[in-house]
Design a protein. Structure first.
Length: 200
């Protein structure tokens, strides 16, 4: 749903006070979400009045695998830096793709409606003829894999790590790698939304 909000008109405080405008906005978003959702999920997006503030805020009802859930798009979210980024991206992408837009790589060509489709298609094309493997440590690799990815002097990169504050480094290492779970949980909960590079 958030991805589809990129392509929606941005919501201002004035539009949030207009019941007809918000009803139309929610219906349009619902149609966009339905167009990319498989049969195991159903979305219903409606404008619900916030009596305290006199605003109409989107309410999202999701039926996924027979289990109903409800979410509300809050005013806090609509005023957050995250929503401002969504709005800015939407303004940047506005009008960049024509109705007959397509992406081409070599002889292969595919019509696209938005940039996410182009990216997904390119990623599939790029993976052709390649395989991916993950290892927890270098000791799990075969000798030729270890040479090719890590040890070959012609292609390897050597990085030097320096520790400016040994006490702070020890504290964070103990927090993240130590036996005590509570500090690690608190660290993750406090910093989860600020992660920029996440390897899952």
């Amino acid at each position: 749903m958030l991805e589809q909000m990129i392509y929606m008109p941005s919501l201002s405080e004035a539009s949030l006070k207009d019941e007809a405008a918000m009803t139309q906005w929610c219906e349009t978003l619902g149609k966009r979400v339905d167009a990319i959702t498989d049969a195991t999920q159903a979305f219903t997006i409606t404008a619900q009045r916030d009596e305290e503030r006199g605003l109409y805020l989107p309410r999202v009802q999701v039926l996924a695998h027979g289990v109903p859930r409800e979410y509300r798009v809050t005013l806090d979210f609509l005023q957050s830096p995250d929503y401002q980024k969504i709005k800015a991206l939407g303004e940047t992408l506005e009008g960049l793709l024509a109705d007959d837009a397509y992406i081409q790589r070599g002889e292969s060509q595919r019509p696209i409606r938005h940039f996410a489709e182009a990216l997904d298609w390119l990623m599939v094309q790029a993976r052709r003829g390649t395989s991916f493997q993950r290892y927890k440590g270098l000791g799990e690799m075969n000798a030729d894999q270890l040479w090719e990815t890590t040890m070959d002097p012609e292609s390897r990169r050597m990085l030097q790590v320096t520790i400016e504050d040994a006490i702070a480094a020890d504290q964070i290492f103990t927090c993240l790698m130590g036996d005590d779970v509570d500090p690690r949980r608190q660290f993750i909960e406090s910093n989860a939304l600020q992660v920029s590079n996440l390897d899952v």
